[in-house]
Design a protein around this ligand. Structure first.
Ligand code: FMN
Length: 402
């Protein structure tokens, strides 16, 4: 048993008690029982098979793929297929889908169900201008009948496989969309609803609004999955206690910190979590992660993918800023090892790195909508998405999540 007096945590988390027996229940998604009630958030460029497998080995829960665009998938795009790929031991297998055409979505869901996928999430939170400008992403929940139409297409094709949606609060504080969109989705049979407590205008800035998550609990009777600002295992317990949500969705907090899932599993079992790894142990996880990326993408692309992770893993460790430039040029596991060897392997995990956003700047944006989009919110016409391979490729490059 670890010593609570040695807890490495933010000040306001020092006294948070671990879960008591029976305090929280497994998350039920169709026939799935997820324990602990913890979900790895879908993150583009992040939650590929390599990272999911690393997180899953630390603790249990549900580990969602990055978003897979329906058009790219149905066209058989090689990279899209790689991002959607899984391993035989990846159970349950969970995929996030991005699309705004009901026919594409139902076709994709049927194909995924045939492949044995156990859970499918629809991304309704993407704030990227290229997407909202056409009426896609976080613009969709402005039109609850359109939400209903897309969800119906998916649940109709999914059979017993649970379908969920993931949304933001809305476009802006004046245009909140989550309540009506959630009601529409619930009526069409979603198994749960995930809410990121920020608007598209807010992007990733400021503090996530957990009150909106509590409000959603009052509105729907399907499970609510709370998302936003789970940086430490203690935040998960606080979010569940304060909002009554049924599970937590962990995004940026686990970037370069896959052991957060071990800590989460421990506190939900009522245990004080292990201390975070020191630099030497972090280096071991980094080598493992790099090897998994190389397996998935091939050595050259895998190591290129690893470059951004090197910043996330070493954040706050002494001397890491000095080798960052060289870490961003690594081309082999050997080079990675050599550079990590320059850091003090005995250095304890820096407290300052617990609550730092490793991806996404803290700015806001003005959300772009199609001309006249707000004139008829009862309209359920699907937005025109990309169709030619060039359009799809440009669109996929622009996508970066919810
Ligand atoms: C690098 C990155 C990529 C993301 N990609 C996606 C995505 O593909 N689909 C999605 O629904 N949300 C995506 N998001 C949003 C996260 O799933 C999550 O909603 C958001 O980061 C808030 O949670 P957090 O405060 O725990 O980070 C992404 C976020 C980040 C940081």
């Amino acid at each position: 048993m670890n010593d609570p007096s040695e807890r490495v945590a933010g000040d306001f988390n020092m006294e948070v008690p671990t879960a008591t027996p029976g305090e929280f229940q497994p998350l039920k998604l169709g026939a799935l029982n997820i324990w602990p009630p913890v979900i790895l958030a879908p993150m583009a460029g992040v939650t590929n098979l390599a990272f999911r497998s690393l997180c899953r080995e630390q603790g249990a829960g549900l580990f969602v793929s990055e978003m897979i665009t329906a058009r790219g998938f149905l066209n058989g795009n090689r990279l899209t297929n790689l991002l959607a790929s899984s391993a035989p031991n990846e159970k349950p297998r969970s995929i996030q889908v991005y699309g705004s055409d009901p026919i594409d979505l139902s076709e994709m869901v049927r194909a995924l169900v045939d492949q044995g996928v156990d859970h499918i999430d629809l991304n309704l939170g993407c704030p990227v201008p290229k997407v909202t400008r056409t009426g896609g992403g976080s613009a969709i929940p402005l039109k609850p009948r359109l939400v209903a139409r897309l969800v119906r297409a998916m649940t109709g094709a999914a059979g017993s496989v649970p379908v969920t949606i993931k949304m933001r609060k809305g476009i802006s504080s004046e245009l909140l969309t989550f309540v009506d969109a959630a009601r529409a989705a619930e009526a069409e049979g979603v198994a749960a609803i995930a809410l990121h407590g920020r608007t598209a205008e807010e992007l990733y800035s400021g503090k996530a609004d957990w009150n909106a998550i509590a409000r959603l609990k009052d509105v729907v009777s399907v499970p609510v999955l709370g998302n936003g600002d789970i940086w430490e295992c203690w935040d998960a317990l606080r979010m569940m206690r304060e909002t009554g949500c049924d599970a937590v969705v962990v995004g940026r907090g686990c970037l370069g910190r896959p052991w957060l899932f071990r800590e989460l599993a421990q506190v939900f079992e009522g245990l004080e979590p292990d201390r975070p790894p020191n630099m030497g142990e972090v280096a071991g996880v980094m080598r493992d992660h790099a090897a998994r990326l190389a397996d998935l993408f091939g050595p050259a692309m895998g190591l290129r993918q690893m470059r951004k992770w090197t910043t996330w893993y070493t954040k706050g460790f002494r001397g890491s800023a000095q080798i960052r430039g060289r870490l961003h040029m690594i081309e082999s596991l050997g080079e990675l090892d050599e550079l990590l060897g320059e850091l003090d392997s005995e250095e304890a995990f820096p407290q300052s790195a617990l609550r730092t956003s490793r991806a996404k700047r803290g700015h806001r944006q003005k959300v772009r909508l199609p001309e006249g989009y707000l004139d008829d919110l009862q309209d359920d016409t699907p937005p025109k998405g990309p169709h030619t391979p060039e359009e799809i490729a440009a669109y996929e490059r622009a996508l970066e999540g919810g």
